[in-house]
Design a protein around this ligand. Structure first.
Ligand SMILES: Cc1ncc(COP(=O)(O)O)c(C=O)c1O
Length: 324
């Protein structure tokens, strides 16, 4: 794949999440039809899908979530997302009130009811309704929510031209405070970093850990390429065990590039030949500038392009069938 020359523009807009009804296959954009949300065993139109103001997910960010994509009528890497959701739950002593099989069916059925082939799923488990005290013992029943939407994090040209990133002052949370491996509803750490990127006019923010090494971006894992070798920070650096990260990792190995986890400093990013980010929402996306320094040639690199191409093939060809 040949990438076009980068043309810098204003920072990309924030994620545009459109309700499923605007983009449902065959649906007329009349605004009449609402998206269908799964909420605690019921499939409800979005205007009726409500949770209590006493839910600790709202009051304390006490809960967990996953963001999953489906392509071409198939859910991509569903099992890995469910496993990570269950691991997050285990870590915060939250019992998901259904089996993985039931969760899978709830999720697939939500997509079916929205009659979509391609889109994004937000799966949420909150601690449930309690009182104003933070003690989770107050919350007797966790709530399970599945939202289906279209998500377009960046316009297509950004995948060809690349992103700019800044290093933000907000550090990625120390694992001893709240382990970044838990995909919890408490994302203020990431939101603060995102605000810094916005204020700096950058597309994304590199978050460092307490040691000063690169952990990840606000909702993406980071990869750099130097002399044909690919590096990404280890999970112990404060990176989420990203599912797209593991897809990119496997793709890189399959394409014959030596790939390994290693601590990465800002210097390594500045002096890399190529850099890219991975995440379910952003997919695989090149980075061409960090803190004002052009990375490599200042254009998305050829190895990144090959990984993007392989990633796209996998999303088209693999996954859990929704309609059969
Ligand atoms: C903080 C953070 N890092 C990395 C990622 C990328 O992970 P994945 O590829 O599983 O979406 C995400 C998104 O889920 C995230 O929220």
């Amino acid at each position: 794949m040949v990438l076009e020359d980068p043309k810098r523009e204003a920072p990309s807009p924030n994620a545009a999440v459109k309700p499923a009804n605007e983009t449902r296959t065959g649906a007329k954009n009349t605004g009449a039809r609402q998206s269908i949300i799964y909420l605690d065993g019921q499939f409800l139109p979005d205007s009726e899908a409500k949770v209590s103001v006493f839910d600790h997910g709202l009051l304390y960010g006490d809960g967990i979530f996953e963001g999953i994509r489906f392509y071409n009528g198939r859910v991509f890497r569903l099992e890995e997302h469910l496993n990570r959701l269950w691991d997050s739950a285990r870590s915060i002593c939250l019992e998901i009130p259904m089996s993985k099989k039931e969760m899978t069916e709830a999720l697939l059925e939500t997509i079916r009811r929205n009659e979509m082939q391609d889109g994004y799923i937000r799966q949420i488990v909150t601690r449930g309704v309690g009182n104003l005290g933070l003690n989770p013992l107050q919350c007797k029943k966790p709530s399970v929510i599945v939202i289906v939407a279209k998500i377009a994090l960046y316009p297509e040209e950004v995948y060809r031209h690349g992103l700019t990133v800044i290093t933000c002052a907000t550090r990625r949370m120390n694992a001893a405070a709240l382990n970044p491996a838990v995909k919890s509803l408490n994302y203020l750490n990431n939101v603060m970093a995102r605000i810094e990127a916005n204020l700096a006019g950058a597309d994304e923010a590199l978050m460092l850990n307490d040691a000063g090494n690169v952990a990840e971006c606000t909702a993406d894992n980071v990869f750099i390429i130097k002399k044909g070798q690919i590096f990404t920070p280890p999970i112990t650096a404060g990176a989420l065990r990203g599912i797209t990260r593991s897809v990119a990792f496997d793709a890189a190995i399959e394409l014959g590039y030596p790939t390994k986890e290693a601590d990465i400093t800002r210097h390594d990013v500045f002096t890399a030949d190529e850099c890219f980010l991975t995440g379910t929402a952003a997919e695989v996306i090149p980075v061409i500038k960090a803190d004002g320094r052009s990375i490599g040639t200042g254009k998305p690199g050829p190895i990144t392009a090959r990984i993007i191409a392989r990633f796209r093939e996998l999303t088209r060809e693999t996954g859990t069938a929704i309609y059969s």
